[in-house]
Design a protein around this ligand. Structure first.
Ligand code: KIV
Ligand code: ZN
Length: 501
């Protein structure tokens, strides 16, 4: 079995996709989960991109315990300096330098000749190497580059000290056969390639990112780049959970294994969806709500007779909670803590106290709480910001042919503020009343409302995307009252804006 290294770029390529931005606390939560998940490398960000990006890469470097931490850098001294300064406190730092190598990128984007690109690779990989032992070099748009020129680029990178060479299918254009042939060609024609890791980085524009990545691995790549839930630019990157489970389920066929603790996959996926507010499609492989559900009678009959008739993986292999123990208003803090532990959540005493308070309030409204309720509650209470504006109460009047009026009370710095507004709907009226309280100029970019569980007393989870000064912020709120969950989501987004300063 070949041990494949997993390079996770959820916090860099994944975060680059619209609506997926995260604040520092959220990135740290995600990084800790990736560390627990067993990835080999976390690409923590693009340090030069902004002071916030720099701070996140630095904080992640100081936090994660087991895996390497990489920061992306273009071929400039400024980028490489920033990348190094951000990762240098990591136990295992890596600088990830990239430059485009396809004719179209070189001519129109870089306005550089092949000779200049080759010289730049040598110069800047060597510049990075003077800081750090572990250097990855990526040839952006490698799959559309001239193969012999690509071999020269990688040869230069290796001579200058690269320890990993990465072969991105940047625009998701390739097919598995082509990626297999490309990696095989590079292995045959690049001097020194046997000393370094060969990495694949495939995008999903034609829906082939995972298949392409597996083809690269079969051709001899030793590292695979991917993201949780397949998040990333445009159609996203190869999905970590699909790759990890393909390799685990078909290990005999691929003759490969990874260090991924697959039982942590579901938690990582949920956490990302919760932080970004980007929902997981029900039919998404491995982590979608229907991924393990058998609806048709024929399938159900088969599974009951022998699960192997239709099940190639077990939900517990990816950490989907199986014991749907139900808690209620008579359940104590210990029962809740035990259940949370079984679900994989280790809370501090303060966090548990807070979740328990909300659990009790919810158990008063809802007869019984199952795992999905408890999980939603704990995820919604994970603090990623200080609550400048705390929700106190709302009164909303609504109905057909009547004016929608909302009266909202919010606590700010120990003082209660109250405003009334009218709107075209009850939720819009409530948001306008909140705007009167905060005085912020905020645009509602997106709003969604979903039931967390089934049944008439299901909790409603609201997600808002707010735009303020060109930046997007995600807010979430959870309640059995959908107007309340909407207000909570709106205030959560507002609090993130305020925390950003
Ligand atoms: O898709 C791509 O080419 C990239 C590189 C920067 C590695 O993300
Ligand atoms: Zn990419």
């Amino acid at each position: 079995m070949r041990r494949i290294k997993v390079f996770d770029t959820t916090l860099r390529d994944g975060e680059q996709s619209p609506g997926c931005s995260m604040n520092l606390t959220e990135k740290l939560q995600m990084a800790r989960q990736l560390d627990t998940l067993g990835v080999d490398v976390i690409e923590a960000g693009f340090a030069i991109a902004s002071p916030d990006d720099f701070k996140s890469v630095e904080a992640i470097s100081q936090t994660v315990e087991h895996c390497k931490v990489a920061s992306l850098a273009r071929c400039t001294k400024g980028d490489i300096d920033a990348a190094w300064n951000a990762v240098k406190s990591a136990k295992y730092p890596r600088i990830h330098v990239f430059l485009a190598t396809s004719d179209i990128h070189m001519e129109y984007k870089l306005k550089m000749t092949r000779e200049q690109v080759l010289a730049n690779i040598s110069e800047y990989v060597a510049y990075a190497k003077a800081y750090c032992d572990d250097i990855e070099f990526s040839a952006e748009d490698a799959s559309r580059s001239d193969w012999d020129f690509l071999c020269q680029c990688f040869e230069n990178a290796i001579k200058a000290g690269a320890t990993v060479i990465n072969v991105p299918d940047t625009v998701g254009y390739s097919s598995p056969d082509e990626m297999f042939a490309l990696i095989s060609y590079l292995r045959e024609h690049t001097p020194g390639i046997e000393k370094v890791d060969i990495s694949s980085h495939c995008h999903d524009d034609l829906g082939m990112a995972v298949a392409n990545s597996l083809a690269c691995l079969r051709a001899g790549a030793t590292q695979v780049e991917c993201t949780v839930n397949g998040s990333g630019e445009r159609a996203g990157n190869a999905s970590l959970e699909e790759l990890a489970m393909a390799i685990k389920t078909r290990g005999e066929y691929y003759q490969m294994e990874t260090g991924i603790v697959t039982q942590q996959i579901y938690k990582a996926s949920k956490l990302l969806a919760n932080i970004t507010g980007v929902p997981i499609a029900p039919s998404k492989s491995i982590v979608g709500a229907n991924a393990f559900a058998h609806e048709s009678g024929i399938h159900q009959h088969g599974v009951l007779a022998n699960a192997l008739t239709y099940e190639i993986m077990k939900p517990e292999d990816v950490g989907i909670p199986q014991n749907t123990m139900v808690l209620g208003k008579h359940s104590g803090k210990h029962a809740l803590a035990d259940r949370l532990k079984e679900l994989g959540y280790e809370l501090t005493k303060e966090e548990l106290d807070e979740v328990f308070t909300h659990f009790k309030a919810l158990a008063d409204k809802k007869k019984s709480l199952n795992d999905a309720d408890i999980e939603a509650l704990v995820l919604s209470k994970q603090k990623s910001i200080d609550e400048t504006y705390k929700f106190v109460s709302h009164v909303v009047t609504t109905g057909k042919d009547t004016t929608n009026i909302a009266c909202i009370k919010v606590e700010v710095g120990g003082e209660i503020k109250e405003e009334v507004a009218i709107g075209s709907g009850p939720i819009y009226a409530a948001f306008k009343a909140v705007d009167l309280i905060t005085g912020l100029d905020v645009t509602l970019d997106d709003f969604s409302l979903n039931a967390v569980t089934e049944g008439e007393d299901a909790m409603g989870e609201a997600v808002v995307k707010l735009i303020c000064e060109g930046e997007q912020y995600t807010g979430r709120g959870l309640s059995t009252d959908v107007i309340e969950s909407s207000i909570l989501a709106y205030l959560n987004g507002i609090n993130k804006i305020v925390a950003r300063g």
